[in-house]
Write a protein that binds this ligand. Structure first.
Ligand SMILES: Cc1cc2nc3c(=O)[nH]c(=O)nc-3n(C[C@H](O)[C@H](O)[C@H](O)COP(=O)(O)OP(=O)(O)OC[C@H]3O[C@@H](n4cnc5c(N)ncnc54)[C@H](O)[C@@H]3O)c2cc1C
Length: 481
């Protein structure tokens, strides 16, 4: 069934002709920061190679053995630089998160996995060939003699084995076979892989020898990466947990298998997001404390006083063993928190008009976004999709908000079409030939926020692109890893 619950109102006074007025400057600044970060990332790889060139490394190409060794060194430097970049991308650094978003940063992190492993493998193989040729040994015998005779080299071999384990278990096909916690535990080996690779970088070869400026540069890059990880992944979450003192106050059933968890805490004004951002939660109860879960706020924090004492809320669907256990979490349970993260929020806005499309549990962050993101009456459209009205979680609250703020709201319920697998609409709407632009005629001139199951969201995004929505107007929150 398709229901339009509230009529579209004429655009308000701040609806500029091109519809970009309010957000133009912040949007440009964000894109500029993203460009700068991308440039800095590639420049760091160039800098790693430049270290070697400045040290006269290119002279190695004068002999065949020297050429293999030279290529091996370059591959090692570039590979290690990419590994450090991967760590920085996963470090949850606010500048990166607020410029490109947590999910894009992790996507880039994943994309670098295979190239960095290939470069590191290439490093080992090329060095074994180059050194072997110089000493009249085959590469395998050379590798064995490196392991046995060269200090710190055995650690480098262990590091390589760990890198291979991490990258292989991160491949999509392999990852799907294991629970999240297994993948996460193996992934932590990355730190051991980096730690065991470091000694040979400084003790073998002359490039990072004591007294060279190259040594200082490389040390500074490694230490800065380690410090960023320690600060943003360990210290900040611990400080935030003590500062906010979050405690479960109520667990309310929203629908079968879906609960809202309300928590009270302190200084919530610092957590008041701009709608739709997510946090990583750890409920400190028996059997639960060891698994962290990302959940978006389903409402902006409610503050009781100017010191930020108040309530916040998440809405959780039992999509697996851990999230199912959360339905039974007891009031009084303490909660550790990390965040807020992501830019599924006003921070990503580029236009005055906004279209929010959610399905299933993906509706809940849109509720928080609808609550707080600025728009004039008539400039927002909300489309909720579910198999039944019961699946339109927090639907009543969203109706109330849409009414108060002058947003047009559609409830699109019913099973999807089995014949038209590319559609995100209910079967009846698909057969009637409806498209996104029929519900939101101004969509080409709006920011489009999409949250829901991956395959469904892909169809919505394809429809949005077909309606003229450009990449920088599309904002998609993924609930998977
Ligand atoms: C940015 C983001 C925001 C989210 N917001 C919400 C929300 O508001 N409400 C809601 O109900 N769900 C949300 N999720 C999904 C939620 O995090 C997972 O459903 C939950 O962690 C599942 O845990 P489990 O132990 O029950 O799952 P498992 O049985 O281990 O796995 C079930 C599914 O959950 C995913 N998953 C498990 N652990 C994680 C993790 N730590 N990070 C990412 N995915 C994981 C797996 O991909 C799998 O598909 C969000 C996910 C992300 C990434």
């Amino acid at each position: 069934m398709n229901t339009q619950l509230l009529p579209a109102l004429p655009a308000g006074p701040n609806g500029s002709r091109k519809g970009r007025g309010t957000f133009t400057a912040t949007h440009r600044r964000r894109l500029f920061r993203a460009d700068l970060l991308t440039t800095a990332a590639w420049a760091s790889v160039a800098a790693a190679v430049a270290l070697w060139l400045a040290d006269g490394g290119a002279t190695g190409f004068s002999t065949p053995a020297g050429s293999f060794t030279a290529l091996g060194i370059v591959a090692g430097l570039a590979g290690m630089d990419l590994v450090l970049l991967m760590l920085l991308l996963a470090a949850r650094i606010p500048l990166i998160d607020q410029s490109v978003g947590h999910d894009r940063a992790l996507e880039f992190h994943r994309k670098l996995g295979k190239p960095s492993l290939y470069l590191l493998l290439g490093h080992g193989i090329l060095i074994a060939i180059g050194y072997g040729m110089a000493e009249g040994l085959d590469p395998v015998s050379e590798a064995v003699s490196l392991w046995v005779l060269v200090p710190d080299m055995w650690l480098a071999f262990i590091s390589m084995a760990l890198f291979i384990a991490v990258v292989v278990t991160s491949l999509v096909a392999v990852r799907r076979r294991f629970p999240y916690e297994f993948w996460y535990a193996v992934h932590l080996l990355t730190y051991a892989a980096v730690a065991t690779s470091l000694p040979h970088q400084f003790s073998v070869g002359g490039l990072f020898a004591e007294g060279t400026w190259q040594r200082w540069y490389w040390l500074a890059v490694c230490i800065a990466t380690g410090a960023a990880l320690l600060h943003y992944r360990v210290l900040e979450p611990v400080v935030a947990t003590f500062r906010h003192q979050l405690t479960v106050s109520r667990v309310v059933q929203v629908a079968p298998g879906v609960v809202s968890i309300e928590m009270h805490g302190l200084h919530l004004d610092e957590l008041a997001g701009t709608g739709g951002r997510f946090f990583i939660w750890r409920f400190l109860a028996q059997g639960l404390w060891w698994h962290p879960h990302p959940f978006s706020l389903s409402a902006e924090p409610l503050q009781f006083d100017s010191s930020g004492r108040g309530l916040l809320r998440i809405t959780v669907r039992n999509l697996g063993r851990g999230s199912a256990q959360l339905a039974a979490v007891k009031p009084g349970t303490k909660v550790a928190v990390e965040g807020p993260y992501g830019i599924f929020s006003t921070a990503a806005r580029s236009r005055d008009r906004v279209v929010m499309i959610g399905a299933g549990i993906g509706i809940t962050p849109l509720r928080a976004l609808l609550e707080s993101t600025p728009f004039a009456p008539g400039q927002a459209t909300v489309i909720l999709r579910g198999r039944s009205e019961q699946e339109l979680y927090l639907g009543d609250e969203i109706l109330e908000l849409a009414r108060n703020r002058g947003a047009t709201l559609f409830h699109l319920t019913g099973a999807r079409s089995v014949r038209h697998t590319g559609s995100w609409l209910p079967d009846s709407a698909t057969r009637a030939g409806h498209r996104l632009a029929d519900y939101a005629p101004d969509v080409a001139n709006a920011d489009v926020y999409v949250c829901g199951p991956a395959a469904w969201a892909r169809n919505v995004i394809a429809d949005a692109r077909a309606a003229g929505v450009k990449e920088d107007q599309l904002h998609y929150e993924r609930f998977d890893w």
